[in-house]
Design a protein around this ligand. Sequence first.
Ligand code: SF4
Length: 399
Amino acid sequence: MGVGGASNLTEQVAAIIDRYPGGVKMVDSIEFLVAWARANSMWPLIYGTACCAMEMMAAGSSRHDWARFGVEVARATPRQADLIVLAGTIVEKMGKNLITLYEQMPAPKYVIAMGSCAISGGPFYYDAYSVIKGGDRLIPVDVYVPGCPPRPEALLYGIMELQEKIKKEGRRNPWKIGDILTTPFIDTHTKAKKDWVILEQKKDQEQQAARKQFKLDNPDFKPAKAVRLKKEKFEAIKPETREPQGISNLVLLQKIQLQFPKISVSPQEDILDLTVPRNNYTDLIQFLKQNDELGLDLLLQLSAIDWKDHFDILVHLLSTRDGHKLFLRCRVDKEDPEIDTISNIFRGAEWHEREVYDLFGIRFRNHPDMRRIFLNKDFPGHPLRKDFEDPERVIKRPY
Ligand code: SF4
């Protein structure tokens, strides 16, 4: 592939024409026209992975309308795309797919990193186990649009900057087809922070000297006194009292303890929080779902807590008919982190349990598909465990 996406043959023809009087000007003019046309007809590949994608969509919709800049035909295929806007957080599991998409785009192709996540990992730079610290660690980025999120106007400005860049491309200012990057990982934030501290110290010293000089030059100067504005008083808003929905906690507990006398309850909770022995775990959940009176028929969530010496499995249930809810927690040993699945009672538990397995390493006996759900197969360890450490991926917050 030649410069600006031209084929080798085109380049050879251009090199021949160059030799004739006026040839260079003619080839340059054609190149300018081609670059101008390309700059004003960018076709983006949709790549919105988090909140920034909302702003990107806004940039494409009627109010901002990026079609005014020739950015059209946003599609979910790399086939005819020549622009990819990285709008959102890029996680490790998605990294390979992003590289594949970029490789599948025909050259010449361009990348805009929109928002601090796509630029550097953003708010997930520190203490995050799965976020790539910037799209340019995977593919070459042409324009960076800072912000969290940047507004659509900022993206439009980024597009205009890219257009300027494309318009200057040609054989005499060649565009290089970006190689997939293999930049070794460095903690750029910490370095920038150190540089920043030095800069601030220098600024302070300069300011101190300037103040001193000002006092010498203006010995009678008296600064205006700051007057504190009176604080406006607002009437306190009374908290709204909400009627409890469905069966009261007390009645719920009585009915449960009739069947399962060993179940205890955490004191002073607005919501019923039951502690369930291991041997009652699945029986109790079955009972809560199938009992007509209780009717706890919806699994809101199944998650876990690492208490360092043991895990708790937490199950949150709701009655869609009456509105009452409850939590139940069951202890799982650290040495043998295994418990029965409840995916045969609530189908929705299947993914929740895979998530708990992925992040805590707790296995669910008789689960139909016990494998990771978020992270790559070869991810080392379970990142939500308190003892998880991975200096390759996780940069500890230095403050
Ligand atoms: S930069 Fe901010 S707004 Fe954009 S994806 Fe990241 S967290 Fe969301």
